[in-house]
Design a protein around this ligand. Structure first.
Ligand code: SAM
Length: 323
């Protein structure tokens, strides 16, 4: 699939739930947001049907996300059904890792290829504060289980925040010297519940990189499914480091994705409130042609670039979009 600007779109992010077991400062308000009802959320069968249509149109990679995807019961069943779709080459998962340890093996056996695990700090107290109640040991157990299960490559998503974790960015990067982990630093985006909070804690990627380079020279590296992040490594390290500056260095010209929200809307762009409803179509008994039409419409609506820096606020927070 190509959009009207000629960008090749072969990647679909599928949110399986808007619920999360954590309440990260940059994402959710302390009380969370009103969860969608069971009826509003796409059933697994509906997700599979939509992904089949997407693959018939040229989608080759799917990432499951949320909310926290592992809070949804029976996720392994969805993974197995998606992995069986001919033409889908890559199936991955974004998770906070805290529920992953007991599930990593079975997810891998079901056909999951790889995981991105969010980790913003290596300090238990700080982890509890940033996630409003999470336990670092649970997330770390998830990371170890992912490595042991061969969910390769294991990427770590670290939101870099001024005044929150800017004093341990080098420590997080140094994980890549000890483990085959791919640590990607991400600029905090004004997509959470509290836009002022995000604005006050933005840390430009140039500053992140400078902090990391204090502990060693970085050389260019390759990593599978690198997405928008170019990869770097400390010489001889088993893992890599990446820098994703969604605000300071937009990569919209290379954007290759669409998103499907847990309540069945196609989103052409993370940072825009434009949506195309597919749940309604599905539940009215739409045929494949109509569903294909909805994907094409989403492509038509895909903006040339995001306007994150000047956008006044969004209808959904990350947890409801699918990060
Ligand atoms: N619960 C899963 C997790 O924690 O990875 C998946 C969903 S979460 C919304 C996906 C990613 O979005 C996480 O890596 C999280 O750190 C990131 N994220 C959420 N809000 C963000 C924000 N305002 N700016 C930058 N990244 C954000």
């Amino acid at each position: 699939m190509r959009d009207r600007l000629g960008r090749k779109i072969d990647y679909l992010r599928v949110s399986v739930t808007d619920r999360c077991n954590l309440r990260c400062l940059y994402c959710l308000p302390p009380q969370g947001v009103r969860p969608k009802t069971h009826e509003e959320i796409l059933r697994y069968e509906e997700i599979v049907r939509l992904v089949e249509v997407a693959v018939s149109l040229g989608i080759r990679r799917v990432r499951l996300t949320g909310g926290e995807p592992l809070v949804r019961l029976g996720l392994t069943r969805l993974v197995a059904a998606l992995a069986a779709i001919p033409g889908l080459h890559d199936l991955s998962l974004t998770t906070n890792g805290t529920l992953l340890a007991p599930l990593a093996e079975e997810l891998k056996r079901a056909g999951l290829r790889r995981v991105n695990i969010s980790l913003d700090t290596l300090r238990p107290e700080r982890f509890r504060a940033v996630t409003r109640g999470g336990t670092l040991a649970d997330a770390w157990a998830g990371i170890e289980a992912a490595l042991a299960a061969g969910l390769h490559p294991v990427k770590i998503n670290t939101v870099a925040m001024a005044g929150v974790n800017d004093d341990e960015l080098a420590d997080l990067a140094e994980l890549t010297r000890r483990f085959p982990l791919h640590v990607r630093f991400i600029e905090v985006m004004p997509l959470g519940a509290d836009l002022d909070w995000a604005g006050a804690h933005v840390l430009p990627m140039a500053a992140v990189r400078a902090a990391v380079e204090k502990v060693g020279r970085l050389e260019p590296a390759q990593v599978a499914g690198a997405g928008p992040a170019r990869a770097w490594r400390f010489p001889g390290a088993p893992g890599t480091v990446g820098f994703i500056g969604a605000l300071s260095e937009t990569f919209c010209a290379r954007c290759n994705r669409l998103r499907l929200t847990a309540d069945g809307k196609l989103k052409p762009c993370l940072a825009s409130d434009v949506e195309v409803d597919v749940r309604g179509l599905l539940r009215r008994g739409a045929g494949n042609q109509e569903l294909e039409g909805a994907f094409r419409q989403a492509l038509e609506l895909k903006p040339s670039h995001h306007d994150l820096a000047s956008y006044p606020g969004h209808a959904r927070v990350m947890c409801q979009i699918g990060g």
